[in-house]
Ligand binder design. Structure first.
Ligand SMILES: *Cc1c(COP(=O)(O)O)cnc(C)c1O
Length: 371
């Protein structure tokens, strides 16, 4: 069976190094907010082009803490996408914000033209959480223009975009803060939960450090209410010593796998992700589109050929039961493109541990599918 993600193969590659890291952290006898977290934060900040990084417990917490530290007040409206991990919207709601959903573009990412229109007609929107979905960057020039023209405060959700570039520039570099996740399926994963927020503001970073640590300041006083969202020393050490040194190798495997699938899959019923000259996706996912009601038929066909796949995402966030009936959730226009994408999208395996033979199996299974 070819899995969408293959953690047992990953373990075969990293297991011995993880054991060495466990031994080192265990023997050091310091398990919370120590040298491993500090050193990971330094390395990640410089690698991703920010002056500060604050490691937290999840991508969700990174978004929520960033919104709070950037001054979101209860009732503030936050422009965002209906097609993402549920965490993107949940973090907005938990921070007290009111999500405002606009439709997506042909690649599945929030439509920045529609955002511009929404911001002109609903001027009280002050915040935005755009998502660089599927490992593709949004157009960073347009995003920067939106920020400047509308005086927006932006937290970029980069949980899926580690290693992607747009004209050589990393997503996460134009907003006031960026958030990422180290969830096991992401491009820079750990062996559990983890996340980080990035900012070039010392004040925001200091406040986020206090907030993740129960609101405790460096002087030991509690000047704000925080939460418990500390990244463990052990996960930080695994990230810094085992995962990060392999990131570039894994990214180039993903690129190779995606290019191979793009070359080999040839079925007019399956629309492949388009490549554009202005960006290099990180191939976090390989989302294909299938028209009509045939997505589930393709999924079954692939399963019969031992190819596992996923759907990102089968339900739009504003229609999830926890959100649907709330009166602090807003939709601008109709979400026709997002609805269509959630009906048509299927993610094929593209992870770094696939062999060329398995890529051929995936492509052949796609090519032999007829409706
Ligand atoms: C995974 C993910 C998150 C949430 O990250 P967690 O670490 O699971 O909380 C948020 N946004 C996007 C786009 C994601 O893919």
């Amino acid at each position: 069976m070819i899995h969408l993600n293959d953690f047992t193969r990953q373990w075969r590659e990293i297991g011995p190094d993880v054991h060495a890291t466990l031994e080192r952290v265990g023997a050091a006898g310091w398990y919370i907010l120590g040298n491993s977290v500090r050193s990971l934060e330094r390395v990640l900040a410089s690698r991703f082009g920010h002056s500060r990084c604050v490691a937290v417990n999840s991508g969700h917490d990174a978004i929520e803490i960033a919104l709070r530290c950037l001054g979101l007040q209860t009732g503030d409206r936050v422009l965002t996408t209906p097609l993402s991990a549920f965490a993107t919207t949940q973090a907005i709601l938990r921070a007290g914000g009111e999500p405002v959903f606009v439709d997506i573009d042909e690649h599945g990412l929030i439509d920045l033209e529609l955002c511009d229109r929404a911001l002109s007609t609903v001027p009280e929107i002050r915040f935005m959480v755009p998502v660089h979905l599927y490992g593709r960057s949004l157009d960073l020039t347009k995003l920067r223009r939106l920020i400047e023209e509308h005086g927006l405060t932006v937290i970029e959700d980069c949980a899926q975009s580690t290693g992607a570039t747009w004209h050589g520039q990393a997503p996460g570099s134009v907003g006031h803060a960026a958030a990422t996740s180290f969830y096991p399926t992401k491009n820079l994963p750990t062996l559990g939960d983890g996340g980080a927020l990035f900012t070039s503001s010392e004040t925001i970073a200091d406040q986020a450090q206090s907030m993740r640590h129960g609101g405790r300041s460096s002087n030991g006083r509690h000047e704000q209410l925080g939460c418990n969202s500390r990244l463990d020393e052990l996960q930080a050490a695994i990230l810094g010593e085992v995962m990060l040194p392999r990131l570039d190798g894994w990214l180039s495997r993903r690129r190779h796998n995606a290019q191979t699938l793009l070359k080999l899959i040839d079925n007019p019923r399956i629309r492949l992700p388009e490549s554009e000259r202005d960006q290099e996706p990180n191939w976090h996912l390989f989302p294909v589109r299938v028209r009509g009601n045939d997505r589930d038929a393709l999924r079954r066909h692939l399963l019969e050929h031992d190819v596992g796949c996923g759907v990102h995402y089968p339900q739009l966030i504003p229609y999830e039961p926890a959100v649907a009936d709330r009166d602090d959730v807003h939709i601008v226009g109709d979400l026709g493109c997002a609805k269509q994408c959630s009906d048509e999208e299927l993610s094929l395996p593209v992870h770094p541990f696939l062999s060329d033979e398995e890529l051929t199996t995936i492509a052949t299974a796609c090519n032999t599918w007829k409706v």
